[in-house]
Design a protein around this ligand. Structure first.
Ligand code: FAD
Length: 284
């Protein structure tokens, strides 16, 4: 973890672009509550193939204009052309956006167009070629390895390609086993990969949803956590209380070990994040 200790801690919160006016109003409230924690940035997800292009843009513009906190749009390249990505980058530059999360994305089944980019390293390369140093570029990292990677080492080398293409920092997929993160950082150090790798944190509020999502993205819920959550059944209050306790314990352990901050997957809700945050010594 030595390589990570030299970086200042960065806290950030991720939102998805709401679909309805009520969702927009609710997100505004969430944002106001989380802005009090003085995060470095709020990020906004982007539907692969451009499905949320307008809504991501509007959410980013609201954040930038209303919250006083930097907005970092996600941009996924699968199913996209170079021209469409160039247009999006230009639009963000005009809005004064300086921070971007560059991803490949996953096309929903049935949306078969591969587009002009195959992998995220090509997107990072393109952003650098088109816009020089304008953007701070974040990329995704997978301490438990990306589900499509043939093996762990190949995935790490693919992560290295994104770094070499010009990424400034990385955010991880969520995990509940901190040793997966420590080991990932150790392997990065051995491969000469040196940039801040911030753990992505998913608060636990709903077991069924979390289990489904974790299966899809290859994040493991350790057996002892799964068994506890399953046993709570419909008892949402107990799921939340247990979730807050173990997620906060893990976050504190990560920070104490030298993690350069935390990135929360908020699902547009402030309360589960605040419940974890209020138990932490974040050093802020
Ligand atoms: P890549 O880095 O391209 O990796 C994808 C797979 O291809 C891996 O298995 C990798 O090993 C392999 N690979 C990579 N490069 C090469 C290469 N050059 N040659 C051969 N194989 C290669 N998805 C969205 O749609 N929208 C979002 O807003 C979004 N936000 C996210 C935020 C974070 C922090 C994270 C961790 C994920 C996010 N995702 C999002 C999900 C992400 O798009 C998926 O996990 C996707 O499957 C991989 O994206 P990537 O950028 O990591 O891809």
């Amino acid at each position: 973890m030595e390589s990570q200790k030299k970086y200042p801690r960065v806290y950030s919160f991720e939102f998805f672009p709401p679909k309805t006016e009520e969702g927009v109003a609710r997100l505004r409230q969430t944002r106001e509550q989380l802005a009090r924690l003085e995060p470095r940035f709020f990020s906004v997800t982007f539907g692969a193939g451009g499905s949320t292009r307008e809504r991501t843009f509007e959410t980013v513009r609201d954040i930038q204009q209303e919250s006083g906190i930097e907005a970092a749009p996600h941009l996924s390249c699968v199913g996209s052309t170079r021209d469409s990505i160039r247009e999006i980058l230009d639009a963000y530059r005009r809005e004064g956006i300086r921070h971007i999360v560059a991803l490949r994305g996953d096309l929903p089944s049935g949306m078969g167009r591969a587009g002009e980019f195959r992998y995220a390293n090509e997107l990072v390369e393109f952003i650098r070629a088109e816009t020089g140093d304008h953007f701070h570029i974040e990329v995704a990292a997978y301490p438990e390895f990306h589900p499509q990677a043939p093996n762990a080492e190949v995935d790490l080398l693919n992560f290295k390609r994104k770094v070499e293409a010009g990424a400034d920092s990385a955010i991880t997929q969520y995990f509940y086993n901190p040793y997966a993160y420590y080991h990932f950082i150790e392997r990065c150090e051995q491969l000469g990969i040196d940039l801040p790798i911030v753990p992505g944190i998913m608060p636990i509020t709903n077991y069924t949803q979390l289990a489904r999502f974790s299966d899809m993205c290859g994040a493991e819920i350790p057996r002892w956590i799964r068994k506890r959550l399953e046993a709570y059944g419909d008892d949402r209050a107990s799921i939340r209380a247990f979730g807050e306790e173990i997620v906060a314990e893990m976050c504190q352990a990560l920070l104490d070990a030298g993690a350069p901050g935390l990135h929360f997957y908020t699902m547009n809700q402030a309360a589960p994040v605040l419940a974890v945050w209020n138990r932490l010594d974040t050093g802020t």
